[in-house]
Structures are given as C-alpha cells and as structure tokens.
Design a protein around this ligand. Structure first.
Ligand code: NAP
Length: 237
C-alpha cells in the first residue's frame, strides 16, 4: 500500500509514518523541512526505499505541485492520504491569543490556511493518484474542537473555526469523491501528548495512530463523509 502523510516530521504524523512502515507499507512522508527532520531521516536509513521524504508546505501551491511530482517519480498511485499537518497558533505559550480582545488577522489567516484550505488543495492535487489506487482513502485529522455541538467556550476561536471549516470542506469533497469510489472521512485523534497537545494531554499519539491506521484499513463506502473519533465513534457536527 502507498500512503501519503502531511506534517510527518513530528507528533501524530511521525507516529503514523512509523506504524505504516512497520507493517511494510510504502510511505511518502511530507514535511516542511525534510533535511532537518532527524527522526524521518533515521527511519529512512532503516526502511530505505519504502520511505520517500518530500518537502511540503500545505499553504503553497508550488510546494503542493512539487510534492505531487515527487510521488509520481516513485509510484503510479496512492491508496491513503492522511491530511495531518495542522497549527494551533501560540500552542503551549500559556497566552491568550485565541481569546476575545487578543484575536489577530494574521493568526486567523494562518490557521485557516494550514488547517482547512491546505488539506483541501492537497487532496485535490493528489486525487488522480488516489483514483489510480486500489481503494483510495482520504483521512483528514480534525478535532473535537471543530464540533459546533460541543462548542461551549470562546477560546480557541481560530483553531475551532478552522477545524469546522475543514469538516465542511471534507464533507463536500466526500460527496464528490464517493462517486469515484473513494472514501473521505474526518477524524478526531483525541487529546495527544505532542507539541500541540502539551505534556498534560491524556493520550499517547502512538495509540491515536494505531486507531487511525485500523480505521483507514476497515473503511466502507457507507462511512464516506463521516466525522469519527480515532476509535471510530461518531462525533457530533
Ligand atoms: N495534539 C492534540 O491534542 C490534537 C488534538 C486534536 C487534533 N489534533 C490535530 O492532529 C494533527 C497533528 O497534530 P500534532 O498534535 O501531531 O501537532 P504537532 O506536533 O504540532 O505537529 C504539527 C505538524 O504539522 C506541520 N505543519 C504545520 N504547518 C504546516 C504547513 N504550513 N505545511 C506543512 N506542515 C505543517 C508541522 O510541521 P513543522 O515541524 O514544520 O512545524 C508538524 O509536522 C493536527 O491536524 C492537529 O490539529 C491534535
């Protein structure tokens, strides 16, 4: 199987990369600066041609085009795309940047570009390769923070809005790609101990990754367009 993962250099993306490689799959691990991604380079020494490191900034059209060409040089198709890259501006800084009175245009735009628009355009660009795959699946990593039903606080404004926008983009995409035999789902990975989630988070990203790999393996057409947890439970929109 050929898997493409964005934001593969740390956190959940790195765990997903490691677990797919351990199973013997081929991984295209995309990150902004592969030459500085020590863990990915170590995995490449271990897994050789099963791992292709590609530069990708999901906010850049030129970077997305180059990544697609990078895949084409090594494979004719993709089976799984994991839209994992994401930002939470000022994560862990303990400041109030996503509270009323502190909101900025720049934080809003960055969050929307990376978390919502980037995944949509990456998916669009990789669609021909996914259609050529055996059972193309698009897994977009969202968050319970993107649930309108669960929203009970102001903070974090930008992050929540960006994940709700991601959900709508991917639900729209699902309506189209379902007719092509592809499956697109939106996944809440839980609160994980990563740079974004912080040290107090209750979950090991390896557990989330394990659940997401299992989920991706077992997807059926009727699940296309759904919003679920890493354990496959429905999340309210
Ligand atoms: N951690 C949690 O508790 C939690 C909860 C719910 C949902 N999520 C979601 O889970 C996903 C993974 O989060 P994580 O916890 O693993 O976060 P993380 O450790 O902060 O990693 C984020 C990844 O996204 C990459 N990234 C940021 N901006 C990018 C861009 N413009 N282009 C390409 N890559 C970019 C980062 O690359 P650089 O190293 O280059 O910055 C990094 O690889 C995200 O979508 C996040 O929103 C996380």
């Amino acid at each position: 199987m050929h898997v493409f993962i964005t934001g593969a250099n740390r956190g959940l993306g790195l765990e997903l990369t490691r677990q797919y490689l351990e199973r013997g799959d081929h991984v295209f691990a995309a990150s902004r600066q592969p030459d500085q991604a020590a863990e990915l380079q170590q995995l490449q020494r271990q897994y050789g041609e099963h791992l292709v490191l590609l530069p990708l900034d999901v906010t850049s059209a030129a970077s997305i085009d180059a990544a697609v060409q990078g895949v084409r040089q090594a494979a004719d198709s993709l089976d799984v795309l994991i839209n994992n890259a994401g930002v939470y501006p000022h994560a862990g800084s303990g400041d109030d940047h996503q509270r009323l009175g502190q909101l900025t245009h720049d934080d809003a735009i960055e969050t929307m570009q990376v978390n919502a628009i980037g995944p949509l355009l990456v998916s669009q660009a990789l669609l021909p390769l996914l259609r050529a795959g055996r059972k193309g699946r698009i897994i977009s990593i969202s968050s319970g923070q993107g649930s309108l039903t669960w929203k009970a606080t102001g903070d974090p404004y930008h992050y929540s809005a960006s994940k709700a926008a991601l959900n709508m983009y991917m639900r729209s995409l699902a309506a189209e790609v379902g007719h092509m035999g592809l499956i697109s789902v939106i996944v809440d990975p839980g609160w994980m101990r990563t740079e974004m989630g912080g040290d107090h988070a209750n979950q090991d990203p390896a557990d989330s990754a394990r659940g997401i790999v299992r989920l991706a393996d077992q997807l059926h057409a009727e699940e296309n367009g759904s919003f679920v947890t890493w354990q496959g439970q429905p999340v309210p929109w």
